[in-house]
Design a protein around this ligand. Structure first.
Ligand code: SF4
Ligand code: SF4
Length: 174
């Protein structure tokens, strides 16, 4: 079965195995470099967007308004990389952590066949030989499973559709 829940469970298993065997793993609360340097606007499958939307709807209204403005600004931005509009910049925390997209769950723990690791901090540790024994997850498999969940769209597109034609959606006054 290939559902978003199953995908999350499989990623959690791989991530836990890596963390359990490497107590000094870098990824953790306050390490937000990856959220500051997104190469592109996040792409989400329909299932990921539905889940993320639940997380957004749970946020306080003021915060949701702030995020809404950040996402609208991102739709106009051409410069890259970008800072994720869902990041709490002062705390270095994801505001929708439990509902974050799949790419955010695999980042730092999975490797893409043609591109390798994405995080330079982790690459440095690997280059030092410190983590030569890590059994990385396979990002290409994750991408194929995500493709089975439907056509992905940019976060900005999903968000615009959510708020389209409504005076107030999810408590956001336009
Ligand atoms: S992927 Fe890199 S920047 Fe992101 S949390 Fe892990 S160590 Fe930090
Ligand atoms: S959704 Fe959360 S974890 Fe993913 S890039 Fe944005 S702030 Fe970071």
């Amino acid at each position: 079965m290939n559902t978003l829940d199953q995908l999350h469970a499989d990623i959690d298993t791989r991530v836990k195995a890596i963390r359990d065997s490497h107590a000094d793993w870098l990824c953790g609360m306050g390490c937000d470099g990856c959220c500051h340097r997104l190469a592109e606007i996040p792409m989400l499958s329909p299932a990921e967007w539905d889940y993320l939307k639940q997380g957004l709807a749970e946020l306080p209204l003021e915060l949701l308004r702030e995020i809404s403005q950040g996402i609208a600004a991102l739709a106009e931005q051409t410069a890259r990389p970008i800072v994720c509009p869902l990041l709490d910049r002062s705390a270095g925390m994801c505001r929708v952590y439990a509902h974050r997209p799949v790419a955010c769950r695999t980042y730092g723990f999975y490797v893409q066949r043609d591109q390798g690791l994405y995080c330079n901090d982790i690459k440095s540790r690997v280059a030092d030989g410190a983590w030569a024994d890590v059994v990385w997850g396979n990002q290409d498999v994750i991408d194929r499973r995500l493709a089975d969940l439907g056509d992905a769209k940019e976060l900005t597109e999903w968000f615009a559709e959510w708020t389209k034609g409504e005076s107030s959606v999810g408590g956001i006054d336009k």
